[in-house]
Design a binder for this molecule. Structure first.
Ligand SMILES: NC(=O)c1ccc[n+]([C@@H]2O[C@H](COP(=O)([O-])OP(=O)(O)OC[C@H]3O[C@@H](n4cnc5c(N)ncnc54)[C@H](OP(=O)(O)O)[C@@H]3O)[C@@H](O)[C@H]2O)c1
Length: 386
């Protein structure tokens, strides 16, 4: 069942006028984040129609970057599609026009104003400096620069003002971090949150196009009684779940995904005293991550206040129908811009009003990656008075 199909009976104010289209969402976002002044360093075609490049355009995020630029009618002059030498010469169609993919090199950015990078951390480290030297602003999806103190880490619904302080690179946070931050920030503004405990249920798409193909292939091979290929995760993924595939720190037992959620959230919220912990799990879902989130506030907050803050929050859609047991699900979140938030309830183990539970689902290829990056690019185009 699609989100559209269940929407009329499920959703509150945000849904009553129908699913919000991209243009409406953009208008709302501009209202909420319209206090930012951002300079586009080195814009060669003015702020109106920049030259744009996508590095990693053939990947899971790269394809969604194209879709987001299209859906949001992002204004551009020229578009350059970049990937590895393997893809050089491949044709891709965007808005009815054929583009030939070029190999990403140091010389790729001569006439480029905004470069959206999603080709992996080592490519970002290798080529982003060349792009910056060429006068380009890089919006980077990898983890290469996220914790660099001189690189803003931006979720436009949370800290759009940070984008103004870039030195040529703006980092897009980790996908699980973004989705969690969009849901938690409106509540943090009600009463400072002291502690976040998160458990993730992460889809194949978070590990890229090849991981999605492997899960699909395992389903096909399992149905045919064949042996399953396990090249990506080294284990059966279908009918299974396992601890996130990123490396574990042997000294503290946390994997890299968990550490990203912890450190990045503190940076985005500019709150070093915020306690965050996470357990990240890969589940056999093709697309869209879910997260169970437990919050501890510094002062009591009523359930009505929590619900009102979430209902008014940009990028959040409440899906919380106790009667029909209808809450966020990956299939409902797939392809949606908003983070779905449900299972909203006081944490009964905490003093009244001090703790809340949420269950959320977000399309991590969209809000967790491509959409967030394009929203950052929009900040560069639409400076607003502080
Ligand atoms: N997947 C997510 O949900 C997600 C979320 C947030 C952030 N990210 C980050 O976004 C980046 C891309 O992730 P993805 O999931 O889209 O991965 P993917 O599906 O594996 O795509 C990787 C892309 O990088 C390109 N690439 C690989 N090596 C290259 C090289 N040497 N030079 C130029 N391009 C190269 C690939 O081009 P070819 O096709 O030519 O190999 C492809 O376009 C990663 O840094 C990832 O951490 C991903």
């Amino acid at each position: 069942m699609s989100l559209q199909a269940i929407a009329p009976r499920l959703l509150g104010r945000a849904m009553r006028d129908g699913l919000r289209g991209a243009s409406v969402a953009f208008a709302q976002q501009q209202r909420h984040i319209g206090t930012t002044r951002v300079a586009l360093a080195g814009a060669k075609n003015g702020l109106e129609r920049p030259n744009v490049a996508i590095a990693g355009v053939t990947g899971a995020v790269g394809v969604e970057l194209l879709n987001c630029l299209d859906k949001r009618n992002f204004p551009f002059n020229n578009l350059k599609l970049l990937a590895s030498a393997r893809s050089a010469g491949k044709e891709m169609v965007f808005q009815g026009k054929k583009y030939v993919v070029e190999e990403l090199t140091d010389d790729s950015f001569e006439d480029v104003d905004i470069a959206l990078f999603s080709a992996g951390g080592s490519q970002s480290k290798r080529f982003a400096p060349s792009a910056v030297d060429a006068g380009c602003v890089v919006i980077d999806n990898s983890s290469a620069f996220r914790m660099d103190p001189h690189t803003p880490l931006v979720v436009p619904e949370v800290n759009p003002e940070a984008a103004a302080h870039h030195n040529g690179i703006i980092a897009n946070p980790n996908c699980s971090t973004i989705i969690m931050n969009v849901a938690v920030w409106p509540l943090y503004k009600l009463s400072r949150i002291r502690r976040i405990v998160a458990a993730t249920y992460q889809a194949a798409s978070g590990a890229g196009a090849a991981a999605m193909r492997e899960l699909e292939q395992q389903a096909v091979d399992w149905s045919a009684g064949k042996e399953l290929k396990t090249d990506i995760f080294g284990r059966q993924y279908l009918w299974n779940l396992f601890s996130h595939n990123s490396a574990i720190d042997p000294t503290n037992g946390y994997n890299e995904e968990e550490v990203k959620m912890i450190r990045e959230t503190k940076k985005i919220f500019t709150d070093d005293n915020l306690h965050v912990t996470a357990t990240c799990i890969r589940v056999p879902v093709l697309r869209a991550h879910c997260e169970a989130i437990n919050l501890t506030f510094s002062s009591p907050v009523s359930e009505e206040e929590v619900r009102a803050a979430l209902a008014a929050a940009p990028g959040v859609l409440i899906l919380d129908d106790r009667q029909h047991n209808q809450f966020p699900e990956p299939l409902l979140a797939s392809g949606e811009d908003d983070v779905l938030v449900g299972r909203i309830r006081p944490d009964l183990s905490q003093p009244h009003g001090m703790g809340y539970e949420l269950f959320i689902a977000g399309d991590q290829l969209l809000k967790g990656a491509a959409l967030n990056a394009v929203q950052i690019a929009e900040l560069l185009l639409h400076p607003h008075d502080q």
